[in-house]
Design a protein around this ligand. Structure first.
Ligand code: NAP
Length: 501
């Protein structure tokens, strides 16, 4: 049965309509009207979240695990409807939406089992030493405690896994923190049906309804009011550098500044080392083309740049990449605004001194096909803007003259979500020179693979130095992401009955 959105906000268990509405702009299918969020609604949701925290923040790990699993069940129960409205709103294909739904429910279930295991609490105990000289030591216990209500902003390119019930929401709920989501205006109907699933899980598990609210966007003052609200203790944000930086600055300017965990964009450079280029450059080129165009290039981990030694192997690599890109059909971009930004990014790159257009393409309305450009190491180093993300299927090959220039380029990089080495055994020396540099630049370093595709697991780090993220000590994917919404508290000489679970 087709899901018919009613367009209301979900505030602590109540569906609320506002007077003013905005109309969705789906890639295909019918548009719908949605209530525009207001600062007053933000206030009501935050008050309810604070109220809920006094119960939810002290719930048992088993209760929270049951709740996370119930959300996963409720999402799965609406699977076909979620896929239908999700594909209409985003233009992403059915297979992609189904995969993303599995990732979202898998993430909720992984976090449930992770908190049950208890290691995330990082419990420490220094037993009392009453006879220690010259001073006795008190009994000290330390545990990670939830921080209180959290605000979440999702991104347009992951309407499920990085949105309403995505990684940030799952991590905060696992930690014991109520969540207020600012809905993404590019997929408000998908947000609504996911909120319906979470609300059903709340009813099933008897959780305080203030633990989750969804306020639809439509106007930027909702997001502003949310990050400035005195009852919000941290923000999980996935989106653009511009939007993330604006909201990060607001968090820093608050009378009581709060952490802003912004997961932003990245160019995810790949270093194609000489032996790998000679032995299998064309195969790496066609693999790159597939990664670069996956989801119309609208991935934060899209590998936008390859750095390769100039010469015949670079020619072969470029030829194979071009041929593979020529076979890619036009793909629908997420929104008119993103298609516009893609065209602007393309113009910025093509207008830069020292750039050669290898594959000219088109981006009419919301349909994009890939572009490929090439430049020298010297031109790259002279134009800092070439290191900025172009969100879409655009690749840039940087041909360097030697080993030293490749190392200099690595040093010039800004913070990245990922860096990749394509290397064979004979490349180990150069790889060893690059590694200490890349480790300071990126959250994840790969060998002989492509960075699109982020495993949700215990060891994953999805973050990195600014501008990849606003907090290099954190990850937004994997079980370690729960840690963002906890803080350590020390309990000194407290009787056991006063120390939390
Ligand atoms: P976006 O335009 O920044 O939007 C993200 C959210 O922030 C939306 O809810 C948006 O509201 C809000 N927002 C943006 N600017 C704002 C401002 N100045 N004031 C208040 N609210 C503001 O990002 P997007 O287009 O959805 O996502 C694409 C970007 O996300 C790409 O750069 C991509 O690389 C990045 N991304 C990063 C990751 C990661 O994990 N690092 C994952 C996926 C995507 P509206 O609804 O009103 O637009």
């Amino acid at each position: 049965m087709t899901f018919e959105p009613h367009g209301k906000h979900l505030i602590a268990g109540n569906w609320i309509a506002a007077d003013a509405t905005f109309t969705s702009e789906p890639a295909h299918g019918p548009s719908h009207d949605y209530s525009i969020g207001t600062p007053d609604l933000v206030d009501t949701a935050c008050e309810a979240a604070e109220d809920a925290f006094w119960a939810y923040g002290y719930s048992t790990r088993q209760e929270r695990a049951d709740f996370l699993n119930a959300i996963a069940d409720e999402i799965e129960a609406r699977g076909a409807q979620i896929t239908e409205i999700g594909t209409q709103e985003t233009g992403l294909p059915v297979g992609r939406l189904e995969g993303e739904r599995g990732r979202t429910t898998g993430q909720l279930r992984l976090f449930a089992s992770h908190i049950l295991a208890g290691d995330y609490l990082d419990l420490r105990h220094d037993e009392a030493l009453p006879d220690r000289a010259p001073l006795p030591r008190p009994d000290l216990k330390m545990a990670q405690r939830p921080i209180g209500p959290v605000a979440v902003f999702g991104a347009s390119n992951f309407p499920l896994a990085f949105s309403t019930a995505g990684g940030d929401t799952a991590a905060a709920l696992a930690a014991g923190c109520p969540v207020v989501v600012k809905g993404h205006s590019a997929h408000p109907g998908t947000g609504e049906i996911i909120a319906e699933a979470i609300n059903a899980a709340i009813a099933r598990c008897g959780v305080h309804p203030g633990v989750f609210s969804l306020i639809q966007g439509g106007k930027r003052d909702v997001g502003t009011a949310l990050v400035q609200h005195p009852l919000i203790n941290a923000v999980g944000f996935t989106g653009s550098l511009g939007g993330g930086r604006a909201l990060f600055d607001l968090c820093a300017q608050r009378p009581n500044p709060i952490p802003f965990f912004g997961e932003l964009g990245s160019v995810n450079p790949m270093f194609l080392l000489p032996s790998a280029a000679a032995n299998r450059g064309p195969a790496i080129g066609s693999g790159w083309a597939a990664s670069l165009t996956m989801g119309a290039g609208q991935f934060c981990t899209n590998p936008g740049i390859t750095i390769v030694m100039d010469g015949p192997d670079a020619d072969e690599f470029t030829k194979a990449t071009t041929e593979a890109l020529q076979g890619v059909d036009p793909q629908t971009m997420l929104t008119d605004g993103i298609a516009d930004a893609y065209r602007q990014g393309r113009d910025r790159v093509s207008g830069t001194t020292g750039i050669t257009e290898v594959l000219t393409s088109t981006c009419d309305m919301r349909n994009a096909t890939p572009y490929l450009f090439s430049t020298t190491g010297q031109a790259w180093l002279a134009n800092e803007a070439l290191g900025e993300e172009v969100f879409g299927p655009l690749g840039l090959i940087v041909r360097v003259k030697d080993h030293d220039e490749m190392v200099t380029i690595a040093r010039s990089l800004k913070g990245q979500l990922t860096c990749t080495l394509h290397m064979d055994g004979a490349d180990t020396g150069l790889a060893k020179d690059l590694m200490p540099i890349l480790e300071r630049k990126a959250g994840r370093i790969l060998a002989n693979g492509f960075p699109t595709g982020v495993e949700v697991s215990d060891s994953m780090v999805h973050g990195g130095p600014y501008p990849a993220s606003t907090n290099f000590g954190a990850t937004s994917v994997g079980t370690l992401s729960i840690r963002r919404f906890l803080r350590p508290v020390c309990f000194q000489n407290l009787p056991d009955e006063l120390v939390p679970e």
